[in-house]
Design a binder for this molecule. Structure first.
Ligand SMILES: Cc1cc2nc3c(=O)[nH]c(=O)nc-3n(C[C@H](O)[C@H](O)[C@H](O)COP(=O)(O)OP(=O)(O)OC[C@H]3O[C@@H](n4cnc5c(N)ncnc54)[C@H](O)[C@@H]3O)c2cc1C
Length: 814
């Protein structure tokens, strides 16, 4: 319906697919009436109309599952609320496993899902066959049964959301494309359409596979790319009834459901066909792409193997529709770092129907509340780097990401496309030493070093992978001698100017008004006291600070600081590329560095948490005495052009001291033994420093009040009902990764946020939040019988607050 275009709206939602309609619906639910949705053609005409309509609840992570579960609940009641039928039903779903490893993954997911009330049962192949009689089961290992999984009609569900939005006061205009976005002083000011201009305060880019182009209108990077995506529908088949559950055979890349008495079969082939490289045609509406049976054959072959009746089933319809995929297979949500009040909800990787409701709610709450309403880091658009908007990169990565949806999600799995883009200057040297690289934000980082005779490539498994002994040896070298880490991908930000100190004092929970040369470990908090950033701040001079944060947090943390700069006289510059970072860590690190410098490295002259400019191997180096591995050590910040020389000198001088190259897997093992927290895992916007056990890095009484202080003061008045606890498994065999449920005296009380095998302790260790209404006290932790659930089996564990290794940090300060 095309109506009169208003000259002003508080929010303009661009795109009338399920995402846009959901955002508009949820904004009105929050009381915002002045909401305008602009759709270039017709509601649902992009990708939404031809979706298969599966509404699965089990997602790769805890928070994504939370959003998907909300969606199913909303679709169930939407018809009663709006009067528009949705076609939503809950026939349940059966997910089968062909291999033991897949079954292990399914059981891990089942354990995670139970943490927040998703009904799920582990069933035998025989039981799976009884629920799905047309399926062959003799080659199966097992299956999951999710009785509450649903399916819906995508068009009707979108129309119901649209109707609900209108009933709530929003205007939805069709045949009104947005052709430009006006940005003034870094924030959204309005949009242009052929029918005129609309001034607005907020724009939400829900333009599906067009979202990258729409982002560009405001200078925003929206990294997604369309891909062809297929299913077919058969004529009615004997034995197919409407109550047939949805079937997922992910080892065969396929899903199947009932459709008008026949079967709808689609899937996620391992090598996909990206589409729309030259842009999406302007007239693309309710359109499909040409059939490609040759390509579809990969899915068909597997489908016939699972459901022999498909071999002779007449095909009624073949659907090849484009859908957008992102570089890591997760959708893009939230306010873009490049432009204030420009929000994104796009790139749904073929789960937009299942996730559209939750995503729309989350974005609406983010807009209205000014902050993410929950920990949305898994999908936060700020997890991306600007280079990821590059069309060639996206094209290559998209070939891989379609299949990744149904591939086993191995621990530590690395993508194979779009590699080698960001390399430290030491890359070739490390490769020659046997480095096996992983990738974070495009940076190639040495995760482990292959010992002689071993190939530096991953052999994935849920058990101990091929690199386990290599990482163990690296770990031991750091504990007993000295290890060399290339940490060049660290994000380095320089804040300088007359107001730099004031800005940081307002943002940091710790006191950064320290003499030049001091390093301060601190968090930056939101109003609720949640941890938005976890970093070190080094005062280089009165008005100059170096901020060092995790590689993955680069865009996010820079955005957090920039949005709080206001009109302060301070400039933030990302200087990451200017300096390589070499971590020299271990009890012999002092002896090693002493061979290359005249600087006094004694604890008296160079104490822990200080940073000094020194000459090292004839290079100007800023040495920072700090550690993430719990040993004596220095991070060396070396101008990029000097880095190779410094590295060569370290390697030559370290040989007889037992110097060993060490990678990020060893670092992870070392840091969990010291219970060092990791932002994005153990720390996030929903965790306060008090809950996280980081009160030692908070100065509630410092002169300038800081953001989040009031929330912490209030929290301090009450018993802490949620706290980070460290778990050490009794059994040395099982491994922990993340999201494993935590049990105390038979009751579910939390989940693991990060886990790793501690090679010194000789057990898997996990950090995780535990909740208890009366407070998580020392006594509560000491008296409980603790267990961690791994793949549906509970294993006993010891719980404690103190780090399992060197609790008094004597080694760090030695
Ligand atoms: C074959 C296939 C099967 C699928 N099956 C499932 C499934 O079973 N379950 C599931 O959850 N998901 C499924 N999906 C994925 C799902 O369809 C998508 O994730 C979802 O529809 C995306 O919704 P959207 O609102 O982001 O995008 P779209 O539906 O594409 O909506 C974007 C809208 O923006 C409009 N637009 C673009 N540019 C402009 C502009 N400049 N101005 C105004 N409007 C503009 C477009 O016209 C379009 O209507 C499937 C997808 C495919 C292709």
């Amino acid at each position: 319906m095309a109506g009169a275009l208003p000259s002003h709206a508080r929010v303009v939602v661009i795109g009338g697919g399920i995402a846009g309609c959901s955002v508009a619906y949820h904004l009105t639910k929050l009381g915002w009436r002045d909401v305008l949705l602009l759709e270039r053609r017709d509601i649902s005409c992009g990708t939404t109309w031809h979706a298969a309509g599966l509404v699965g609840q089990l997602r790769a992570t805890h928070n994504l599952t939370r959003l998907a579960t909300y969606g199913a609940d909303l679709y169930e009641r939407l018809e009663a609320e709006t009067g528009q039928a949705t076609g939503f039903r809950r026939p349940g779903s059966v997910s089968v496993a062909r291999t033991a490893e897949r079954m292990h993954e399914l059981k891990r997911l089942a354990s995670m899902a139970r943490c927040f009330g998703v009904e799920v049962d582990v069933i035998t192949p025989g039981e799976a066959g009884r629920r799905w009689p047309l399926m062959r089961t003799d080659d199966l290992v097992g299956a999951l049964w999710l009785p509450r999984d649903g399916r819906t009609n995508p068009i009707d569900t979108t129309l119901a959301l649209a109707k609900g939005a209108r009933q709530g006061g929003a205007s939805l205009l069709e045949n009104t494309p947005v052709t430009a976005i006006r940005v003034s002083q870094g924030r959204v000011a309005g949009v242009s359409t052929p029918a005129g201009e609309v001034a607005c305060e907020v724009v939400v880019d829900c333009a599906g596979m067009w979202a990258r182009e729409v982002g560009r209108m405001a200078g925003v990077t929206v990294p997604l790319h369309a891909s062809e995506h297929f299913y077919m529908v058969t004529e009615p088949l004997a034995g197919v009834t409407p109550d047939l559950p949805v079937l997922r055979d992910t080892d065969g890349y396929i899903y199947v459901r009932e459709e008008v008495g026949g079967l709808l079969m689609g899937g996620f082939e391992p090598v996909a066909k990206p589409w729309g490289m030259a842009g999406i045609p302007a007239d693309f509406a309710f359109s499909l792409l040409p059939e490609d049976w040759e390509h579809f054959h990969v899915l068909m072959e597997q489908a016939v193997l699972r459901i022999p009746a498909l071999e002779s089933a007449p095909v009624r319809r073949h659907v090849n529709g484009p859908e957008s995929f992102t570089p890591d297979g997760r959708y893009l949500l939230g306010e873009a770092p490049e432009c204030r009040n420009f929000f994104v909800a796009a790139g749904f990787n073929s789960i937009g129907i299942a996730s559209g409701a939750g995503a729309g709610k989350a974005v609406a709450e983010w807009i209205v509340g000014g902050e993410p309403p929950m920990d949305l880091w898994d999908v936060d658009i700020r997890r991306m780097a600007p280079f990821q908007g590059n069309p060639r990169y996206l094209y290559e990565r998209t070939k891989e990401m379609v299949g990744a949806a149904y591939a086993v999600h191995w621990p530590f799995q690395q993508p194979v496309t779009g590699r080698g883009l960001r390399r430290s200057v030491l890359y070739d040297r490390l490769a020659a030493r046997g480095a096996c690289f992983g990738v974070v934000m495009g940076w190639e980082r040495a995760n482990w070093y292959a010992t002689p005779g071993l190939e530096p490539s991953y052999r994935y498994s849920y058990g101990r992978q091929n690199w386990f002994p290599c990482a163990a040896a690296e770990h031991r070298a750091v504990r007993e001698a000295v290890g060399l880490f290339d940490q060049s991908s660290f994000c380095k930000l320089r804040l300088e100017g007359p107001d730099a100190l004031a800005v940081l004092q307002r943002l940091c929970a710790n006191d950064v008004d320290v003499p030049p040369g001091r390093i301060v470990y601190t968090s930056m908090l939101n109003e609720r006291g949640g941890i938005e950033a976890d970093l070190t701040v080094t005062r280089l001079a009165a008005e100059v600070f170096l901020l060092v944060t995790a590689t993955a947090a680069a865009t996010h943390d820079a955005d957090w600081i920039r949005r709080h700069l206001g009109d302060a006289r301070a400039v933030l510059t990302d200087v990451t590329s200017g300096e390589a970072v070499l971590g020299v860590m271990g009890p012999r690190s002092r002896a090693l560095l002493a061979r290359l410098t005249d600087a006094d490295l004694s604890s008296e002259a160079f104490p822990f948490l200080t940073s000094r400019q020194i000459g090292l191997a004839s290079a100007p180096v800023r040495a920072a005495r700090i550690t993430y591995v719990g040993e004596l050590g220095w991070e060396l910040y070396v101008p990029t052009e000097f880095a190779a020389g410094v590295y060569d000198a370290l390697v030559a001088a370290g040989e007889d001291l037992g110097l060993r190259h060490a990678g990020y897997h060893a670092m992870d093992s070392l840091r969990v033994e010291k219970a060092y927290r990791s932002w994005g895992h153990d720390l996030g916007g929903e965790d306060t420093p008090l809950e996280a056990g980081l009160e030692f890095a908070v100065q509630l009484g410092k002169k300038m009040p800081f953001l989040g202080r009031e929330a912490l003061l209030a929290q301090r008045e009450e018993p802490l009902r949620r706290r980070l606890v460290i778990f050490v498994l009794d059994d040395p065999e099982p491994l922990l990764y993340h999201d494993e449920p935590i049990w105390r005296d038979g009751a579910l009380v939390g989940r693991i946020t990060s886990g790793a095998y501690g090679h010194t302790i000789g057990r898997a260790l996990g950090l995780g939040y535990v909740e208890h209404a009366d407070g998580v006290t020392d006594e509560f932790v000491e008296t409980g019988r603790w267990e961690v659930e791994i793949a549906c089996e509970r294993t006993p564990a010891r719980a404690q607050f103190a780090p399992p290794y060197d609790a008094k940090s004597l080694r760090v300060r030695s």
